[in-house]
Design a protein around this ligand. Structure first.
Ligand code: FEO
Length: 401
């Protein structure tokens, strides 16, 4: 059967040969409500070079796109910028069909590819280049962005930066370029991606942003491994990364809660109204309908973060501990925290939330509020007042910046 998957040209000598995953909704715990793409690229120079591959299950789509412009056996090199399986899953079959002269990876990448697939890759040291004939490909290690093996590569002939996970987003679509999508969709998905994948390495992001201009690269297009490609306004993406990695105090609030019989929900709503009465924007997320990646996105956007849950079987309600564990791992900074909850008798829930916020080094100017069975009017007022006071504290912190 003739292939109907085609490569798409992205620069004079570079083609997109990736795959669109329209339906993925759970990406190792990250809710990808708009799907994603696994971008792979082919450089057609004297040495034909495949940059990254796709997730297993999309291998034939990638191979067919490549075959639409060159026979597979004409490919000389494969470069693995990042060995997480969403970019390397297709590698074993691709190597078997292509039989490349060499597979290149960073030192950690070579170890990872050997561990996952028994693949022997040649190590390209940080700052080194390989000659492709008319142009050359230069490698810059970006350890922990997103894994220890991660590196970016730059093809000088076309001014192309292959940025692997960096500057990407989970967004499936039929358009190749970011400037073909609504700006608000790009902004939300880029923020969500950063907060849930890269936030934990904010320091390394700032180091990369400082180092990138010193490399004197004439970048014309940026090709990440997920989502739309960037040919315009890359400086806006750099500015967004700088803002997110700096994690300044933010004049906004998020209230995250779980509830069994609505007592915690009542406190959440009273607290949110207290925040609102200070004129501060507040979002309220119920864990019954909001997943942890949505929570983390809003936590990153807020200076005031309140978490509330009931006690269940002498512990905090499980969905809340799941969310707090996830948020804590991503290391949000500059937050004022608040814990609240409800119980019938033993009452460990709000205390356990407080302990988690302390582990995250959040300031907690007010003690937690916990009510029995159902909040009284006085307890509802206390929750409202807590929101009011904490919003004021956060506003003052932001004004002092
Ligand atoms: Fe898209 Fe870290 O893999």
């Amino acid at each position: 059967m003739k292939s109907f998957y085609n490569a798409e040209k992205v620069s004079e000598n570079v083609w997109w040969v990736g795959a669109v995953d329209w339906h993925v909704r759970d990406f190792h715990g990250y809710k990808t409500q708009r799907g994603t793409t696994y971008n792979a690229f082919l450089i057609v120079d004297e040495k034909i070079t495949l940059i990254d591959t796709v997730k297993k299950g999309f291998t034939s789509e990638m191979l067919e796109r490549i075959s639409s412009i060159v026979p597979l056996e004409k490919i000389d090199y494969i470069v693995s910028n990042h060995s997480e399986p969403d970019h390397s899953g297709a590698l074993p079959e691709a190597i078997e069909k292509i039989k490349p002269e060499k597979v290149f990876a960073s030192s950690f990448g070579a170890k990872t590819l050997a561990a996952y697939y028994g693949i022997e890759a040649e190590v390209v040291p940080d700052g080194s280049s390989i000659d492709l004939g008319k142009g050359k490909l230069t490698f810059v290690e970006t350890r922990m962005l997103h894994w220890p093996d991660s590196m970016i590569s730059y093809y000088d002939l076309d001014g192309v930066l292959f940025s692997q996970d960096a500057f990407g987003m989970h967004l499936a679509g039929s358009k190749l370029w970011a400037d073909e999508y609504p700006a608000e969709v790009l902004d939300y998905e880029a923020r969500k991606y950063f907060c849930n994948i890269i936030n934990v390495q904010s320091g390394k992001v700032l180091a990369l942003l400082e180092n990138l201009p010193k490399l004197n690269l004439d970048i014309k297009v940026v090709l990440p491994d997920h989502g739309p490609l960037i040919r315009k306004d890359f400086d806006q993406m750099l500015a967004l990364y700088h803002e997110l990695a700096t994690q300044p105090p933010k004049a906004g609030a998020v209230v995250v809660y779980a509830t069994m019989w609505q007592a915690t929900e009542m406190l959440a709503r009273a607290f949110a109204d207290g925040v609102r009465s200070q004129g501060m924007e507040v979002k309220v997320l119920d864990l019954a309908v909001s997943d942890r990646s949505e929570v983390m996105t809003e936590v990153a956007n807020a200076g005031l973060v309140a978490f509330g849950a009931p006690t269940m079987n002498n512990n905090v309600f499980p969905a809340m501990m799941d969310t707090l564990t996830y948020v804590r791992g991503l290391k949000p900074l500059n937050k004022v925290g608040f814990a609240f909850g409800s119980c019938g008798w033993s009452g460990e829930g709000a205390k356990q939330i407080t302990e988690q916020l302390t582990l995250m080094k959040m300031e907690q100017p007010l003690p937690f509020i916990q009510v029995k069975y159902r909040p009284t009017d006085a307890e509802m007022k206390a929750a409202f007042d807590a929101g009011f006071q904490l919003a004021q504290i956060v506003s003052e912190k932001c004004n002092k910046q």
